[in-house]
Design a protein around this ligand. Structure first.
Ligand code: BV8
Ligand code: ZN
Length: 265
């Protein structure tokens, strides 16, 4: 294993409170397009154009069609080695692990991660645009929203239902954001995985951790503004690097009894 990766892993495994902050890049190997990568344009729509309140007000059917298409794709994808390693790392209980994600694809939950802070919501949660009705849809709603489907009308007040995600220009949920900043300021290690760190205010979290003196490590295919600040910045895929960094790949972090010696010791 790359010497720098071993050093970073050994330093990381000393930490007691670790935030693992993820972006679209952690789900790329599961087959979910990123936002700004070469295939970053969703079909012929751009997230910035459709993931907005204006777009929904103008054409809710189109926005629902887009989200149903994305839900269908997300359900067809599976958590990859990065999601699974993070879930195993957290489950080991050896230290406090706080997953904070910008992704709405539900893959961290499906991988078994707990207590995931979903900064931008979850594509599978549906909420009423007017009252507090909300429901967690495990399956995409039918075959998409062709014309006015009454499935998209709130059973309580009749208003439009919408995906429970944070659109551009919308504020993030205060409680979620406060919790995220608290964890970033309190952690002793902060991992940024698969994010271009361009979307605010999420992109302020790595900075908050760095300012608080946390060990900062990055795994990303391309350099970001954090790459200079990080103690280690690995240019590589999350699926290949995160399991090694977390000591999962070769069981370096097994807390259980020493594996029985193979008798050649
Ligand atoms: C708000 C849900 C205010 C919807 C999302 C100008 C300057 C600065 C800020 C702004 C500005 N103009 C406007 C703003 C604010 C705006 C913003 O930040 N815009 C950006 C585009 C400049 N922010 C907002 O609007 C936020 N709200 O500010 O509200 C307010 C306050 C009070 C009252 C009223 C209003 C809301 C932002 C949330 C938007 N919603 N998603 C949906 O998706 O349907 S954001 C969406 O894009 C994703 O959720 C994700 O968070 C983000 C994309 O970021 P990344 O995850 O980093 O993904 P990206 O593709 O960019 O990068 C992937 C990286 O992975 C790449 O670097 C790539 O190299 C790497 N990679 C690829 N494959 C791999 C890999 N790495 C490792 N392994 C691999 N295999
Ligand atoms: Zn309602």
């Amino acid at each position: 294993m790359d010497k720098r990766l071993t050093e970073a892993r050994d330093a990381l495994l000393q930490a007691r409170r670790i935030v693992v902050f993820t972006g679209a890049g952690v789900s790329a190997e599961s087959g979910i397009p990123t936002y700004r990568g070469e295939n970053g344009v969703w079909r012929n729509y751009r997230a910035e154009d459709l993931a907005t309140l204006d777009a929904f007000a103008r054409n809710p059917e189109l926005v629902w069609e887009w989200y149903n298409e994305r839900r269908t794709l997300m359900l067809a994808c599976s958590p990859n080695a990065a999601h699974l390693a993070l879930s195993e790392f957290q489950a080991s209980g050896a230290r406090e692990v706080s997953p904070i994600t910008q992704n709405i694809d539900n893959l961290h939950r499906r991988a078994g991660s707990r207590d995931v802070l979903e900064l931008h919501g979850n594509a599978f949660r549906t909420k009423c645009a007017s009252c507090d009705y909300a429901v967690y849809d495990h399956e995409p709603q039918g075959d998409g929203c062709r014309g006015l489907r009454d499935d998209f009308r709130c059973p309580r007040c009749g208003s439009w239902l919408r995906p429970d995600v944070v659109w551009f220009g919308e504020p993030l949920d205060d409680a979620v954001l406060d919790a995220a900043f608290e964890r970033a300021a309190d952690c002793d290690a902060f991992l940024s995985v698969g994010s271009s760190l361009l979307v605010q205010p999420a992109a302020l979290l790595p900075e908050a951790a760095h300012r608080a003196g946390a060990l900062v490590i990055e795994v990303n295919l391309e350099p970001t503004w954090l790459s200079e600040l990080a103690r280690w910045s690995f240019r590589g895929a999350a699926g290949a690097n995160l399991p090694k960094l977390l000591g999962i790949a070769e069981g370096a972090d097994r807390q259980g009894p020493e594996p029985a010696s193979s008798g050649d010791g």
